[in-house]
Design a protein around this ligand. Structure first.
Ligand code: PRT
Ligand code: MG
Length: 225
């Protein structure tokens, strides 16, 4: 048995869906396989082919919390999630690499036919629905546009259709969701990808186990570019 197997395994926090799917090739590049899929398995702790590494499956927006408190040694989270998380409580998180996975853009979108530029030019007060309140507030403050922000937890695309908001701030990748709901992106705020985040105490106390994985992830994500 390898020395790593005798210790508590390292814990990597991931969300299911695109982040899990796009992390599998990075793990494979480090020689690690995961035989269970969180979409079909109900397990929240998944073993890997490496006895020194286990995965925990949590909500995307909870990944920084698990890592910050050391319940996971490291994790993978979108810059969108990291930016909103830092608004509440930063600290304790080291962000060594941009993995270039789960890429998308944070955008302002409106109903087809709504003249966003005219509304902005007229200085109208806009109602904006979003899950990304901090990013939205900073964006409109930079532009000098007055907005009333309405916090939602999902299905932002509905808000302009039912009169809850004039605009939304949401993530867009293919654009299919906007199109299906007769919305158009009128402004790009920032490009988004996911970062590796590491608990600072783990980085110090478990460097020998962590560093080779951080290095392998870094090489694999650079090779993807
Ligand atoms: O779904 P849940 O509420 O649990 O959390 P989540 O939506 O934060 O998690 P998940 O797994 O959907 O997304 C995890 C991370 O993937 C996000 O934090 C982003 O960094 C990244 N990512 C990349 C995306 C997208 N692309 C994306 N397209 N996250 C969400 N979307 C959604 C978007 O909000 C919109 O509803 O997909 C829809 C648009 O997609 P297109 O392809 O139709 O444009
Ligand atoms: Mg989602």
């Amino acid at each position: 048995m390898s020395p790593a197997a005798l210790e508590k395994p390292l814990t990597l926090a991931l969300s299911k869906g695109r982040i899990f799917d796009e992390t599998l090739p990075l793990l494979a590049a480090a020689g690690i396989q995961v035989s269970e899929n969180p979409e079909s398995s109900r397990k929240l702790i998944l073993p890997t082919s490496d006895p020194g590494l286990q995965l925990i499956i949590v909500r995307a927006s909870d990944v920084p919390t698990y890592v910050q408190y050391g319940a996971a040694d490291f994790g993978i989270a979108g810059k969108d999630v990291l930016f909103e998380h830092a608004a509440g409580n930063a600290g304790g998180l080291y962000q060594p690499i941009d993995l270039n996975i789960a890429r998308c853009r944070l955008c302002v979108a409106v109903r087809e036919g709504f003249d966003y530029q005219a509304a902005v030019a007229q200085g109208s007060r806009l109602r904006v629905a979003t899950k990304y309140v901090r990013a939205a507030r900073e964006h409109f403050a930079r532009k000098g546009v007055y907005v009333d922000l309405i916090k939602l937890y999902g299905s932002m695309e509905l808000a302009p259709l039912v009169g809850l908001a004039d605009a939304i701030v949401d993530l867009v990748s293919t654009g299919n969701t906007l199109k299906a709901n007769h919305l158009v992106a009128v402004e790009d705020i920032v490009d988004i990808s996911s970062r590796l985040i590491v608990n600072q105490a783990s980085l110090k106390t478990r460097a020998k186990q962590l560093q080779p994985l951080i290095d392998a992830f870094g090489r694999a994500s650079a090779a993807e570019d």
